[in-house]
Each structure stands twice: as structure tokens, then as C-alpha cells.
Write a protein that binds this ligand. Structure first.
Ligand SMILES: [Zn+2]
Length: 365
């Protein structure tokens, strides 16, 4: 039911998504009395104008709980040529191994499941009391044996949530995640706090704890780093740089109102800069879908946005086919391959139910 797949079957991959998630941990209650009612309304055509701008202030918008919706939305990615989706819904925001397996079966996509723990606000009593070793063991079990007796194994450690400032509990979790990376050879994916210094601080700590930065993905680069000098420093660590918020094409960023969310063209420009600096083998791309307003059924861009609309824009700007293939296929494949895996295989966490039946060759990139 689960286990390694051949590297050649990873194909076009999205490296940070959420097929199902309860993201209400970021709920931002509107202060104005006239808007408080909107917080608890279901997302509808009547309130979508408000939800799109205030996407963290509506409970329903932050809950992707319906499997059938996830299947139809993920199928759009498959139809656009996609093969693999990395679902880094970690413990604390609703990870659901059995549902991921069913979605993988229904869509024909390889789904790589995450392990580990999201930001401090979601940490359980157990997690706060646990030692580094105990937390590391819980992650190693997810990878070696599977989650809670399901036999469904994680294929990546993440997303490991870190706030700014970095909390003690999050620090302990990252140390455990690094230990689990060393023990298993799995890739590690980090969600940094919203501060330009956060990625370097986190990577320096991971390095101190013996982490393998070349097998580590720093997430949300575009909403974290605006300065090219800092970007160059982070790139110099050797970590993967995930441009994983494609489709967020509005500048208002309710989680950091003093800052802004870059538009897709700015993401492409940053990627062009990195390609020009010879960092081709470190760039990854995804949408980090975590709310209804980004799904097509709710007027959003959907999971095929990068494949259908961003890749052609990259081509039009002169980015080479080799570089596009490296970012969309080769880098995710290398990133997902466990250290010490049999040559030519990615192990273990891809749910390969359909891997022999339906290999997607729909899009040549
Ligand atoms: Zn995420």
C-alpha cells in the first residue's frame, strides 16, 4: 500500500500543499463590530469579496475538510500534467493519513505525507512536556512504521512550524526534527517565522545540531526574504528555497500587515535572480493552498496554477526548458529521495497505489 517508488515516477511535483487542513489556528478576529458576523459565515459568492482580502478572518475559509472537494481540486493538477503532491500538513493542523491515501487513489497522484509539528500555538500538552528524543522518536516512527497503526509512512519531515520570535517549544521540535532527519535520511521542510533573519537563524541551528542542509527545504521564501543580500546568504547554505505561495497574487498579507505578499511576477523575478546566480538546483515551487478562496470551486487559482499559467510565463520570459524541468521535476525528485535510498528510488512516504497504473505524461517540461 505504501513504500518506495521509482524516482522517474515523481514527475512534475508541487513541494508544499495541503489537500485537507484545519488552519483555524491563524484565525484573526475582525475588530469592527460590523465585520464580526462575516467571521462565521460560510464562504459564498456574496462574501467572497471580503473573504479574499481578509482570508484569515473567516473560519470556513480556513477549513479544507471535504475529501470530495480535495479530489476534484487535486485532479486539476493531474490533468495539467502533475504527478506528485507533497502534503506537509503536520500534526496540529489536521494531518489525515487515511484521507490522503484515499485522495491519492482517487486522483492517481503520488502524495507525499509530512511528519512533525506545526507552530507553537498548535503544540499539545504532550509535545510541550516531551524531550527532544521522545519527539524525534515520534517522527522516526511515522517514517519507519507509519502513523498510528495505519502503516502509512511519512516521506518528509515537515512542515516544522517556527514563529518569530522563535519559541522554546518550537526550538525543541526543530532539534528533534533534525535528529529524525539524521536517523532516517528523510528530507526536512521548515516553515520560518515572518522575519528576514529567521531562515538563517533556523538553518544555523539545524547545522549546529548536525542537520543536512542540502536535504533541508526552507519554506515561504517570498514572504520572508525581500533583501537580495540575505537571499544570497540563505542560498549559500545549500538549502532548497521554496517559492511556495504562487497564486497569492494580492499584496495585502493579513498575517503581516506591516509587510506584503509579493505577486507572482515578483516570485518569478526572484527565481530568475537565483537561476542567474547558479542556484538552479535549489529552487522549488508550490502554492501552499490552505484556504477555500484559493480553490477553483471558490473562485481561486487551484492546484494547476503553476503548471497551467506560471510555467508558460517563465518560458515567455526566456527561462530555459532545462531550468524549468530542474525546478519542477529534478529538484523535487532529488529533494524527496532519502539519503541512502536504493539508487533510482524515492522512499518511502509516497503513496503509490496508482504508480504502476497511471503515470502521468501529460505535460512535457
Ligand atoms: Zn503550509
Amino acid at each position: 500500500m505504501q513504500g518506495p517508488i521509482e524516482s522517474a515516477r515523481v514527475g512534475i511535483a508541487l513541494t508544499h500543499e495541503h489537500l485537507l487542513i484545519d488552519f483555524t489556528t491563524v484565525l484573526t478576529e475582525p475588530a469592527a463590530a460590523s465585520q464580526r458576523g462575516l467571521m462565521s459565515e460560510p464562504v459564498s459568492p456574496e462574501n467572497l469579496w471580503w473573504v479574499r482580502y481578509n482570508w484569515t478572518s473567516n473560519v470556513d475559509n480556513l477549513q479544507l475538510l471535504d475529501e470530495e472537494t480535495a479530489i476534484s481540486e487535486a485532479t486539476e493538477f493531474f490533468r495539467a500534467g502533475g504527478s506528485t503532491m507533497v502534503d506537509v500538513t503536520s500534526v496540529g493542523i489536521g494531518r489525515d493519513p487515511m484521507a490522503l491515501l484515499r485522495i491519492s487513489r482517487a486522483t492517481g497522484l503520488n502524495v507525499v505525507m509530512g511528519s512533525g509539528y506545526y507552530i507553537d500555538k498548535t503544540h499539545s500538552e504532550w509535545l510541550r512536556a516531551a524531550s527532544v528524543d521522545e519527539i524525534a522518536d515520534s517522527i522516526i516512527r511515522d517514517i519507519d512504521e507509519g502513523v498510528d497503526g495505519t502503516g502509512i509512512r511519512a516521506g518528509i519531515i515537515g512542515e516544522i512550524g517556527c514563529s518569530w520570535p522563535w519559541t522554546d517549544s518550537e526550538r525543541k521540535v526543530l532539534e528533534a526534527a533534525v535528529a529524525a532527519q539524521s536517523a532516517t535520511g528523510a528530507p526536512l521542510l521548515i516553515h520560518p517565522g515572518r522575519n528576514e533573519n529567521a531562515p538563517l537563524e533556523l538553518l544555523a541551528a539545524a547545522d549546529r545540531w548536525g542537520g543536512d542542509l542540502r536535504r533541508t527545504v526552507m519554506g515561504h521564501i517570498e514572504r520572508t526574504i525581500y533583501d537580495r543580500g540575505i537571499l544570497a546568504e540563505v542560498a549559500a547554505t545549500g538549502a532548497y528555497l521554496n517559492y511556495d505561495l504562487f497564486g497569492h497574487d494580492e499584496s495585502h498579507y493579513p498575517l503581516a500587515p506591516e509587510s506584503y505578499m509579493p505577486a507572482d511576477h515578483e516570485r518569478i523575478e526572484q527565481i530568475e535572480y537565483l537561476l542567474g546566480e547558479g542556484r538552479n538546483s535549489q529552487v522549488l515551487m508550490a502554492h501552499d493552498v490552505c484556504s477555500k478562496h484559493r480553490l477553483k470551486q471558490y473562485g481561486g487559482h487551484g492546484f494547476d496554477h503553476i503548471a497551467t499559467r506560471i510555467v508558460p510565463r517563465m518560458r515567455a520570459r526566456g527561462i530555459s526548458e532545462e531550468d524549468i524541468r530542474m525546478v519542477m521535476v529534478d529538484n523535487p525528485t532529488r529533494m524527496l529521495t532519502f539519503k541512502g535510498a536504493h539508487p533510482g528510488t524515492v522512499e518511502p512516504g509516497i503513496l503509490p497505489t496508482h504508480r504502476l497504473k497511471r503515470v502521468n505524461k501529460g505535460l512535457e517540461i
